[in-house]
Design a protein around this ligand. Structure first.
Ligand SMILES: [Zn+2]
Length: 139
């Protein structure tokens, strides 16, 4: 138990929900949970002394501590959900771009094929003209 000059804070282990007491100077520091032996960070919370805690007050205080653990998690979840939807939107945009590029490629291939057939016909005409000319040797 800490001295009177460093008020105790009561909080729940975010991993095992075990009730823990430490001095307010430990906020933000890593401690080992006395229940599950995992390393946890003491959450930021208003300091309360055991002397001021009636049993009902302690229960309310514990609920506040849980929210302080859950709120950052909820914020993180909201951020990740936003990131996920943004990533999905970007992926959809890339897919659409890829689709458009493929369409352009198909159109380009059609034009190239048409151009090749056109050149082939011109070449055939030249060859036929040369073949029809008595002064020119056969190719
Ligand atoms: Zn624990």
């Amino acid at each position: 138990m800490a001295t009177k000059s460093t008020p105790d804070i009561v909080f729940s282990c975010p991993l095992c929900r075990g009730s823990l007491v430490t001095h307010s100077g430990a906020v933000g520091h890593s401690v080992t949970c006395a229940h599950c032996r995992e390393t946890i960070v003491v959450p930021l919370a208003p300091a309360v002394t055991d002397a001021t805690l009636a049993p009902g007050v302690r229960r309310v205080n514990t609920k506040i501590k849980k929210e302080e653990v859950l709120n950052p998690l909820a914020a993180e979840l909201a951020t990740m959900t936003l990131l996920y939807s943004e990533t999905r939107a970007q992926l959809a945009a890339v897919r659409e771009e890829l689709h458009q590029t493929r369409l352009q490629e198909e159109q380009a291939n059609v034009q190239i094929d048409a151009r090749i057939r056109d050149l082939q016909r011109q070449l055939d005409r030249v060859i036929n003209r040369l073949a029809a000319s008595p002064k020119q040797p056969r190719v």
